[in-house]
Design a protein around this ligand. Structure first.
Ligand SMILES: [Zn+2]
Length: 474
């Protein structure tokens, strides 16, 4: 059954064949050697590949965790997609003309082969720990907040020291000698979610909007293919820090990195959805590749000091600062939720002015604004300015209430649990769904409206749940 997945040797053969067929487009090198002597293969892909290292670049890493086979599958299928389409797809051709793709289809070849041949759910590499155990979790072996942990049996054992492993050292040496890398995507499974990098400070980071928008725009490309909605979860400091992950190492080098968790399960135990997971990620990869130049030294600098000069009930006037020595335009985006994409669907305006009045707003509503600079000659765009959040004012006859339910007003009722239903309130657990024992179960949340004036008209009620906890594993 597992034969449908590509092996590591087949991957190497495929890459060499691709280079032979497209010598001006694809270059293949080994960037290191594993404990078991396998080469760590890197494909460099760019139009006129001899100049690849002079262009802004996207770094792709796959299958750092042995059992997460999507990384190597997606990489080889994407390379095939490039070979088949770069001459007919002007968008792809343009992306490859201005940018370079560095692709490590499988960063953990020893573990991957062990997963294929011996134990599907193997995660680590195959270091002999010298105590009868094997393996280091390579995504805990990078230096940012590396944690020394002597439990070699653990699935997240980070190794004796940061960069103790040949796989992570290969990435260090490559990244340090390639300052042209601007975006890094690390493909894992599972979850259909992006986990962008975090500095784990409490302060908002200047790159925070860029990371969220990069992921949101990739997510909207995925949505176009399969209708699947990928989430975007940035860790909330200081919880859920991953010690020694590649993502935070790349971030520390000035790269915009995110983990992409593909699919709903670890790869080896499912077969049906693999092609969907691969197909939906192909346009998202092209989008990310095309964006690499926007975060490079060739890009205009970002706008400063985006603020709301005035806020009314139905309007807001934005202003910003920019040294207009270049002839450039400003693109303004508006959305009503956080972490929305910024694309042609919500681009409000393109202007040369340093102010903009948005007059088609609803009262008492939250809006999120983003702005970036575009060089109209080259088409290169700047990074985004940190998000501006505003809430429009209420009309004279309006007011806004935020209501929180009491502890005993939250619970669920089950079809087959009538006598027990009163006990389902006031607890932390809220079961909503169908279950053989309980039948159909519905969540119930009651709100006390006594504080509302008796003649008030409820124009709008919004039910909001807290953000997902700041989970950012893998
Ligand atoms: Zn993983």
């Amino acid at each position: 059954m597992k034969k449908q997945y590509i092996s590591y040797q087949e991957t190497i053969d495929f890459l060499k064949q691709a280079m032979a067929e497209h010598p001006n487009l694809i270059r293949v090198d080994s960037i290191g050697e594993t404990h078991e002597g396998r080469p760590i293969m890197m494909a460099t892909i760019s139009r006129n590949v001899a100049h690849a290292d002079d262009k802004p670049a996207l770094l792709y890493t796959g299958t750092i965790h042995a059992r997460e086979w999507i990384g190597i599958e997606l990489a080889t299928r994407y390379i095939r997609h490039i070979m088949d389409n770069h001459q007919s797809d002007p968008h792809l051709l343009n992306a490859l003309t201005r940018n370079t793709l560095y692709m490590v289809p499988c960063l953990n070849p020893d573990g991957f082969e062990y997963s294929r041949n011996h134990f599907s759910f193997w995660r680590k590499n195959r270091r002999d720990n010298g105590d009868g155990t094997f393996g280091v979790d390579l995504n805990r072996n990078f230096p940012v907040r590396f944690r020394k942990n002597s439990d070699t049996t653990s699935n997240v054992y980070g190794g004796p020291s940061a960069f103790s492993e040949p796989e992570t050292r290969a990435m260090r040496d490559f990244v340090e000698s390639h300052p042209n890398i601007t975006v890094a995507l690390d493909y894992h499974s599972q979850g259909n979610v992006f986990f962008p990098a975090h500095k784990f400070n409490h302060e908002e980071e200047v790159e925070g909007a860029d990371l969220n928008i990069l992921c949101a725009n990739m997510a909207s490309e995925i949505y176009k293919v399969t209708g699947r909605q990928y989430g975007i979860h940035r860790g909330k400091p200081p919880f859920n820090l991953i010690h020694g992950s590649g993502r935070e190492y790349y971030y520390s080098k000035g790269i915009l990195p995110t983990v992409v968790e593909v699919g709903t399960r670890n790869i080896p135990d499912y077969l049906m959805n693999m092609s969907q997971s691969v197909d939906e990620n192909i346009p998202a990869l092209t989008y990310a590749l095309d964006s690499a130049i926007n975060y490079s030294k060739h890009a205009p600098k970002r706008v400063e000091c985006l603020t709301a000069q005035s806020i009314g009930t139905n309007d807001v006037t934005l202003s910003w600062e920019y040294d207009q020595s270049d002839d450039c335009h400003f693109e303004i985006y508006r959305s009503t939720t956080a972490k929305s994409p910024c694309n042609s669907d919500n681009r409000l305006a393109v202007t040369k002015s340093l102010t903009y009045s948005d007059v088609q707003l609803n009262s008492g509503q939250r809006y999120f604004y983003h702005i970036r600079v575009v060089n109209p000659v080259t088409g290169i765009k700047s990074a985004f300015t940190p998000t501006l959040k505003i809430r429009t004012l209420l009309n004279n006859d309006e007011f806004l209430y935020t209501l929180f339910p009491g502890k005993n007003d939250v619970g669920y009722v089950g079809e087959k649990t009538r006598s027990l239903n009163p006990q389902h309130f006031g607890y932390n657990s809220l079961f909503v769904g169908v279950n053989r024992r309980k039948g159909c179960c519905y969540g119930v949340v009651a709100f006390d409206l006594d504080r509302l004036p008796s003649d008030a008209i409820i124009k709008k009620a919004v039910f909001s749940l807290p953000d997902e906890p700041g989970q950012c594993q893998d």
